[in-house]
Write a protein that binds this ligand. Structure first.
Ligand code: DGJ
Length: 731
């Protein structure tokens, strides 16, 4: 990795292992231009590629007589309102009510290491393991300083970008848009890949042609959301898992976002990522700085698979801080789908006893243990244990569960307040709401105004005091509604537009405090399933509940989309009972286990009630988890076949870093008459190594398995699955 600057020609070149990123400054005006991003190149001066030609009928600007280049010039960080009609990366409302801003190049700084972004999650690395470039831009009219921050990481093809904006004037200024990253490039034959979804159907992959105009995904819901995901990729047409060019942008943020691709009249593409400008306005006083969250940029010229593996390694090495990141997580049993709100100490202990016999290692008590919460209408905010249910108190229950030999975990939804709660009786003004409007209820609850310190302090103490009261090893931090009625009783009129971002900063502050006071705690984030599955959350918790849909077949698609950009070690995945509670499907217990093994693994069922033959399978599954989890958690992931595109079967593979071991999961979703065995070509093996496949006679070279393939026999029935475990042959 290296960052170079040619002082004479004013060119920056950022090289990762296999990529180059070139930025240049124009002589006359000091515009910062984006010259190149892609496969590593040797030349530094590739300015001949910059589009500076004039085009008719677009605004000209100052000293470039009749020049029309502003609307076509590839900007590294496009300004607003002075001639570039494409989407701007920044916009303001100044003291005169104007929105124009055009920051020009001023200076730069290249340093080893990386500065933290105050209050925000961001990738980290030791000083010798990363290099940062800061480019300072300046708008003379506004006295506004815009600093673009780039960091590259040793051994990685990922680059991170963020932006900070400082008001150097004496007047206040309001930022109405600050994107974190923007790139302009020529519109070659790219398609746009994004992840869409819904509750219980998160992160489904969609790829579409890029038309003229703007195509975007985003969230204005106050969280990264079920519906759209803070990730977008440009994918060359026809790209596969193993070939083609892919540019990915991923946002390290858990609130509103905009990810947009724009194709304009001159066939240029602008791709950007940042906080969604809707409902955003941030006031900056003299010398105050606004920090925009970080964006992760990744480029692959070897298809989607290489992008995936780059991101997996990057998040494992540079985003997840938890002491659990390289450790096996305890196999848990969660009582949500087992009992919903109908449980008590006795019931939980009965589950714990049976679970222990089967090799399960932790009991998680989900929603319903506090206040008078017997359904989802009450008590959020009243984090005192309900002793009518948890007879003998929480410590007694935890001690009993520990005595049985299981660790104990607990559920919270700290950001919420039920109208039917003691907290609301005392502090109805703590809920986010607009004056004179009845706020929307969602799941019969409101959202707490976490922009307010006293609210955050209350929430923190409520959670922490429960954790201090007993031996609690794990917390599931849930968030079951999105933000509406954006009004804070605390912020003045000039700062109401800051609420959404301040809310997210509040969530981050709370989780930071929690993992600081309880450094050994295993934190799992969750939001009505996987509505806040994003890199920002991974900075605080090594795992996130993937989806409320635990059906093994639906999970194939959800986990495929999730694993496209997130390591398997982060995906909360449980075996549940059938008929499945979300879709009513009945699948073999074995397949449910095989699919959940691709994630953190656990159970979400009443182990005292499930059929005996299912229960008898659990010890085998927990043993398999111990056998395969190091590989699944730390290996390289290869997508072999996709049920979401072929509608018949799914197949993925994890290969250990030393290529001596691999695990292939094959699920036959639909059987067809007269259908024969299938040939599956593996990936990522060592061509010269001979592998033994457990249960199959003989051994085969990696090249045979990758080019000629393995045979998966046709299985009787739908939803059947098989695991192939490969190991380097002994001789
Ligand atoms: C939504 C979560 O995704 C579920 O797993 C469960 O914890 C419920 N909330 C509880 O209300």
């Amino acid at each position: 990795m290296n960052i170079l600057f040619d002082d004479e020609k004013k060119i920056f070149k950022i090289d990762t292992e296999h990529t180059s990123y070139v930025i240049a400054v124009t002589d006359e005006e000091g515009f910062l231009g984006h010259v190149y991003y892609g496969t590593k190149i040797s030349d530094m001066d590739v300015n001949y590629l910059l589009r500076t030609e004039e085009n008719p009928f677009v605004p000209s600007k100052n000293n470039r007589d009749r020049s029309s280049f502003l609307d076509t010039f590839p900007m590294e960080y496009p300004g607003n309102g002075v001639g570039d009609y494409r989407e701007s990366a920044i916009a303001v409302k100044d003291g005169n009510g104007h929105s124009a801003v055009m920051p020009l190049y001023r200076s730069y700084n290249i340093t080893p290491g990386k500065a933290k972004i105050p209050g925000l999650p961001a990738a980290f690395a030791k000083e010798g393991e990363c290099l940062s470039l800061e480019i300072v831009l300046y708008d003379e009219v506004l006295s506004l300083e815009v600093t673009l921050v780039y960091t590259i990481y040793a051994g990685s093809d990922v680059m991170t970008r963020s932006t900070k904006v400082t008001n150097r004037s004496k007047q206040e200024i309001t930022l109405t848009k600050v994107m974190s990253a923007s790139i302009d490039m020529d519109a070659e034959d790219y398609e746009m890949l994004s992840l869409h979804g819904s509750w219980a159907r998160e992160r489904q992959i969609e790829q579409r042609p890029i038309g003229y105009g703007k195509q975007s995904v985003g969230s204005t819901r106050g969280e990264s959301s079920h519906q759209e995901h803070p990730f977008v990729a440009l994918v060359s047409k026809g790209a596969t898992q193993e070939s083609g060019r892919v540019y990915g942008m991923h946002f390290v943020y858990s609130g509103n976002f905009l990810a947009q691709v724009e194709k304009n009249q001159f066939d240029s593409l602008r791709m950007m990522m940042g906080i969604h400008p809707q409902d955003f306005a941030w006031k900056l006083g003299e010398n105050e700085t606004f920090y925009a969250p970080e964006a992760v940029l990744v480029y692959s010229d070897q298809g989607l698979g290489a992008m995936t593996r780059n991101l997996h390694d990057f998040y494992r090495n540079h985003m997840i801080r938890s002491p659990y990141k390289n450790k096996k997580r305890p196999i848990l049993i969660n009582n949500w789908e087992a009992t919903y709100f109908d449980f008590d100490t006795e019931k939980l202990i009965a589950i714990a006893k049976e679970a222990k016999k089967c090799g399960i290692e932790m009991l998680v008590m989900d929603d319903g243990w506090f206040g008078h919460r017997n359904d989802d209408n009450t008590s959020l905010g009243d984090w005192q244990v309900n002793e009518n249910k948890i007879k003998g108190g929480l410590k007694h229950l935890v001690d009993e569960v520990n005595r049985i030999g299981l660790a104990f975990g607990i559920w919270f939804e700290p950001e919420m307040i039920s109208p039917d709660s003691n907290l609301y009786q005392k502090h109805s003004d703590w809920a986010i709401a607009l004056p004179n409007r009845t706020p929307c209820r969602s799941r019969n609850q409101y959202v707490l105004d976490l922009s307010r310190k006293e609210v955050r302090d209350y929430v923190y103490e409520a959670v922490a005091s429960v954790l201090r009261s007993a031996n609690i090893a794990y917390v599931k931090w849930d968030m079951n509604r999105q933000l509406t009625d954006l009004g804070s009783n605390f912020l003045d009129a000039d700062h109401q537009g800051e609420l959404m971002h301040r809310y997210v900063l509040g969530v981050y502050e709370l989780q930071e405090r929690l993992i600081t006071e309880f450094p050994e705690l295993l934190l799992e984030n969750c939001s009505g399933g996987g509505a806040r599955f994003d890199p920002g959350m991974l900075y605080y918790s090594p795992q996130i509940w993937c989806s409320d849909d635990t059906d093994a077949i639906e999970r194939l698609k959800i986990q495929e989309g999730t694993a496209l950009i997130y390591p398997l070690s982060t995906m909360g995945a449980h075996v549940s009972d059938c008929p499945n509670h979300t879709v009513g499907r009945v699948t073999p217990f074995e397949t449910r286990g095989n699919v959940a093994l691709a994630g953190t693994f656990g159970y979400e069922l009443d182990i005292t009630k499930i059929p005996e033959e299912d229960r008898n399978m659990i010890p085998k599954q927990t043993a398999m988890y111990h056998k395969y989890n190091d590989l699944v958690r730390e290996g390289d992931y290869y997508r072999i076949a996709s049920y979401s595109s072929n509608h018949e079967y799914d197949c993925y593979e994890v290969v250990s870093k030393d290529k001596k071991e691999a695990l292939v999961t094959f699920v036959q979703v639909l059987n067809r008459p007269n259908c024969h065995s299938r040939r599956i070509r593996l990936q990522g093996l060592d061509e010269k190594v001979r592998y033994q496949i457990e249960g199959i006679e003989g051994s085969f070279y990696g090249d045979t398995l990758m080019h000629a393939g393995v045979k998966i026999p046709n299985m009787w029935g739908d939803f059947q699955s098989v695991l192939l475990h490969l190991k380097e042959a002994e001789n």
